[in-house]
Design a protein around this ligand. Sequence first.
Ligand code: ZN
Length: 241
Amino acid sequence: MRILVISDIHSNLAALEAVLADAPRHDIIWSLGDVVGYGPQPNECINLLLEHKHQHIAGNHDWGALDKISLESFVVPARKAALWTRDRLTPESWAYLERAPLTYTEQDVTLAHGSPGDPIWEYIVHSDTARENLARFQTSLCLVGHSHIPVVFQQAAPEAPVSVMRPSGEALSLTCGRYIINPGSVGQPRDGDPRAAYALLDTDAKTIQHFRIAYDIRATQKKMRIAGLSQRDITRLEYGF
Ligand code: ZN
């Protein structure tokens, strides 16, 4: 099975459209949470996903918009965006976000937005956090989002140290141990590259490949400005931070 792996769309329709147009042939989409928050088009992003065969899980911004978690731990612009989103979600979008599970497991792969140990809140950006979390799922591979940073953590053998790799853009073989992999963010990259990020997982070939695709950042920024969303979050899109 060939799976388009996406995460952290954050209501950025132009970025999601660019990814779907650019993605190589795939059988299904796995969306790792935070479909909404920050950006200007929450319902449009959900509706576009619903046109495609996909599996989704919940993210902290999805739950923030639904009022399932307190917004006190969100930074002020994120909190404002969550309230803005909450006011605009259609009943159908609300129900869609509501039914997303916290984790999902299929084909020897676990999906979790933050981490398998704490799917809503924990960031996996360091090898020590990755190492702790390798004990918290049973499959060979775990796909996470949340940090908006494309990264591959690998543990070649039980008890071996965890190595950290920045994805090269080449297909990576997943046959040596266990992995935690982040595809990066579709709608708000934070690794200094403003292009939308995604990955393609091939469960037959046992490979994953990371991709970047430019999209119309100005179109999203313009919609955010009209919506009155935070200037910080408008600006960051063109720098990828
Ligand atoms: Zn996010």
